[in-house]
Design a protein around this ligand. Structure first.
Ligand code: GN1
Ligand code: MG
Length: 365
């Protein structure tokens, strides 16, 4: 069965009975496959849905994942009735997924919106910070024990380093010699990169319910103004640290270039974007943050960047089984870009700390 037919079959299982027009592939995310599936309503208006094929290599327990999303979206919906929310469609037997033995499908409403991969508009950045900060606050009273860890140790940086070392030892596709310099750099900063994880293990940072994948393109914006509408991609909502969300957002949004820029030497942290995001994020979260959380926010940006470098590099060494790639060395380019960004962050750590301090003080005032 070709994809066109498959998407129709899946849509019918989600009880969409309109006339089928076809599908478009959406460039969204590096892990799942996403399609916009188009129909025609009886009154002659088009209507679209988003259908995703969940990557079960990355998510070994997709049913647990969907249960997490169900609980989290329900919690937010109850808190904010009437506000735009993610809505997953159900099959006739009330499941939020279709598992056909090979693939794992789900369907949501399609929200006309704009997303940003790189941003220089500081108002947009500030609003993204607010959106992720608010998301976390909405879940601050959610019972953590209700959540399945969809990817165990997702932001355990020590474990990520270990996985990189295993990939180096196995050298499955013979790429190790090509990346000695990258391995050496990452090893040289291991303890700094893992400080957040070490503090967590020592019980010095509180566990919260966090989003864990706070790329700015996971916030949908209203096309008519710069207001954020909704936070999407809840696959990795799990117990985590506030720094995981702050750090990953900065890693993506404040980089001068996209995370897979072939001119990786241009990567670096734009402090204006950093400040705007910090302002927005802290305006929502500062009141509930501990001193240690606040003091490690800037460090968390470095931690998440170095961590992702180890993940991209391990995937490259394993023959790219995890992240979708568009060309042979894509994961290597991603690795180099994250390393260049990480180096720049280390150089700017003092400035970043000062910005966090002043935004935190302003938010509490
Ligand atoms: C993956 O698929 P996407 O783009 O939402 C990854 C994140 C990485 C990101 C890097 C479940 O996210 O952790 O930061 O790629 N998600 C998963 O672009 O591994
Ligand atoms: Mg994601």
């Amino acid at each position: 069965m070709d994809l066109r037919e498959k998407l129709l079959e899946v849509s019918r299982l989600f009880r969409i009975e309109y006339d089928y027009l076809g599908y478009e592939t959406i460039q969204m995310g590096n892990v799942n496959h996403t399609y916009k599936v188009n129909f025609m309503l009886p009154e002659g208006k088009p209507k679209s849905f988003l259908v995703q094929n969940v990557n079960t290599y990355a998510f070994r327990n997709p049913v647990g994942l969907m249960e997490n999303i169900d609980k989290v979206t329900e919690h937010i919906r109850q808190k904010k009735p009437g506000q735009l929310a993610l809505h997953f469609h159900h099959t006739a037997d009330r499941k939020t997924y279709v598992a056909d033995g090979r693939d794992f499908w789900r369907m949501t409403n399609y929200v006309p919106s704009v997303t940003y991969n790189t941003v220089t508009d500081l108002q947009v950045v500030r609003n993204a910070g607010k959106a992720f900060g608010e998301f976390q606050m909405d879940l601050s009273d959610f019972d953590i024990s209700q959540l399945t860890e969809t990817i165990p140790g997702f932001h355990n940086t020590r474990q990520r380093y270990q996985q990189l070392m295993e990939a180096v030892e196995e050298n499955r596709v013979g790429r190790v010699d090509q990346v000695r310099g990258e391995i050496e750099y990452l090893m040289s900063v291991q303890d700094t990169a893992c400080r957040l994880t070490d503090l967590q293990m020592a019980g010095k940072l509180p566990l919260r319910v966090t989003h864990n994948d706070t790329k700015i393109n996971n916030v949908l914006f209203d096309p008519t103004n710069k207001e954020s509408m909704i936070v999407i991609d809840l696959d990795t909502v799990m117990p985590g640290l506030i720094g995981h969300d702050f750090g990953d957002a900065i890693r993506f949004a404040a980089n001068f270039v996209e995370e897979d820029c072939r001119e990786w030497e241009k990567a670096g942290v734009d402090l204006k974007v950093f400040e705007a995001f910090a302002e927005g994020f802290l305006s929502k979260t500062a009141g509930t943050m501990t001193a240690t959380e606040m003091q490690t926010l800037a460090l968390s940006c470095f931690a998440l960047t170095a961590e992702l470098a180890t993940r991209f590099l391990a995937d490259y060494l394993n023959g790219d089984p995890y992240f979708k790639i568009k060309y042979e060395d894509h994961n290597l380019v991603r690795t180099r870009c994250q390393i260049a960004l990480a180096k720049d962050m280390l150089g700017k750590m003092e400035q970043m700390n000062r910005i966090v301090e002043s935004c935190g003080a302003a938010a509490k005032a």
